[in-house]
Design a protein around this ligand. Structure first.
Ligand SMILES: [Zn+2]
Length: 200
């Protein structure tokens, strides 16, 4: 009995009873997406990167704990063509990128961590400073504003990624948000309310 309960779906890798396969949208973007993930975040019940990767299979996610992989991956990216989504002091609002600069953007780097951890990581990882940073001037309201942090960072990584892609490419990422909402409502359907607002 126990093993059946813990069986995972071979496609979405969630527990069978939390399988989200039927909601996965068929979606693509011309941008390459690199997620730098805090390993603690990967274990978080509400983490959205696994949903993001299901919706956009081209998403690359690497752990910030694996420094060798991290630095070799970052060194392979052309800072002229990649942007870091992070509100550093010199970040440019993503809404203000004009069409011609937007076409030069090949990929986006996002940090998947708590605001506090992301900030610390940004300031200690000098390889990140090679990339021009972009921030959100008018971030959309997050579906689940559960984290105690400044407004841009109250978005889930999936929502931040969807918004950033839309601003750069004009591709419609609403199916990605709809997928997140449908998947999470399904996955939490029988959980007590107290489990829905886990705070890190
Ligand atoms: Zn599945």
């Amino acid at each position: 009995m126990q093993s059946a309960k813990r069986a995972h779906c071979g496609n979405c890798h969630f527990l069978i009873k939390q399988c989200v396969c039927k909601w996965i949208p068929v979606l693509s973007t011309r941008l390459k997406i690199l997620i730098l993930q805090d390993p603690k975040e990967a274990k978080h019940a509400k983490n959205t990167v696994s949903l993001l990767s299901l919706g956009l299979p081209s998403v690359e996610c690497i752990s910030i704990a694996n420094h060798d992989v991290l630095s070799s991956t970052l060194r392979q990216k052309d800072p002229a063509k990649w942007r870091l989504v992070f509100p550093s002091d010199d970040a440019v609002p993503i809404e203000s990128i004009d069409a011609s600069s937007a076409t030069e953007v090949e990929g986006l780097i996002l940090l998947d961590a708590t605001w506090r951890k992301a900030k610390k990581f940004y300031f200690t990882e000098s390889l990140l400073h090679a990339f021009k940073a972009v921030c959100f001037l008018r971030p959309p309201v997050g579906q689940y504003s559960i984290r105690k942090s400044p407004s841009m960072e109250s978005l889930s990584t999936l929502e931040a990624c969807a918004y950033a892609i839309e601003q750069v490419t004009n591709e419609n990422m609403q199916p990605l948000r709809d997928f997140m909402v449908a998947a999470q409502e399904w996955q939490w359907r029988k959980q007590p309310l107290s489990h829905r607002h886990l705070d890190c």
